[in-house]
Unconditional design. Sequence first.
Length: 389
Amino acid sequence: MKKLFLIILLTINFLSCAQSTNFGVQFSDAIIQRYQPNIDFMTHKGWDHANSIILHGIEKIYLNSKKHEYLNYIKKYADAFIDKEGNINGLEPELDRIHPGMVCLFLFEQTGDLKYKIAATNLKNYLLGSSSNPSLFNKTPDGGYWHKNNDHYKNVMTIDGAYMANPFLIKYGALFNDKECVDTAIFQLFLVASRTFNIETHLPYHGWNSDKKMAWANSITGTSTEVWSRNVGWYSMALVDILEYLSKDHPDYDKTVYLLRQLAIGIKNTQHNDGMWYHMINHKELKGNYPESSGSGMILYSLKKAVTNGWLDESYNNTIQKGWNGLKAFLNINQDGKVQINSFTPGMGIKKDIAEYILVRPVNCPSHETATHPHGYCAILMAASQLEK
């Protein structure tokens, strides 16, 4: 009873101080205290996006705060999987395993240690392949990477994959003047957009199956049936992070800005009255639908970054502030006395129809009832990195 009273008291105090609270720092500190010796203690996923999406968020909080323990924590994860020659332990032909390359590039920038550059190069070569070492990644007939090399994703591109690989390729290409990386990222970005983007709703479907054989695939278009909040979040972050490193002289720069602006229309149109974007993002009033904090946080990061850089106009500031206020309502104090984020969808593949999507119920992070999922941490860190600058 005393413990419950203390949690309630801490939560009330937390909410009363919310206007002055730096959530990016609070969540970064809590993550480091909870998960030692590195973030893989939380996920047990190894070299995988489940770890790197959190560390990428902490990276951005580090750039704002310059708290050296954040850099050390990121480094501890990388050093657990990268040897002194830059070889990576745990590579698999899945786009989700490419995202940790962002950690390699960040650590090379911050430390100058060549092993991180070598690791990033090894990862790039693993994805793109060469004449002597062909890529192990399967592609659709028109050249799109399968999300994973297994039957579940045969001839399937997902909107998530646009974020898992393409910002890494763009940044690598910008840092090391690698035209192949840039061209590959842009090709993949627009290929998945051309297959999934709905020009009427201004939103992308969750995925696309080139041979239309998956149970969820539309028999004519090959697209999945639904749009969900986090796939919009992934794609919006992919666009702004690509634009950060894509040269303005690149022939597809303006087209990338245009795609971002088209997506932003759909995002603005689907914001709920409470400021959030819901699990089934374009079915706001659907029974069983719920505010989804991971997609909302990713969207806020993207909108704010886009306005700051002039890719979107300042009319989006009202949408951003309303969303930030809404997201903060889903932050509270956990039983361990540290911050928690609530109401986000756990890890989820493409579903057959809306009935299957709505059966996937929200989780919290950390949680004592379910497995701990990384997406909530990622979202609040990314949003805070922009909103708390």
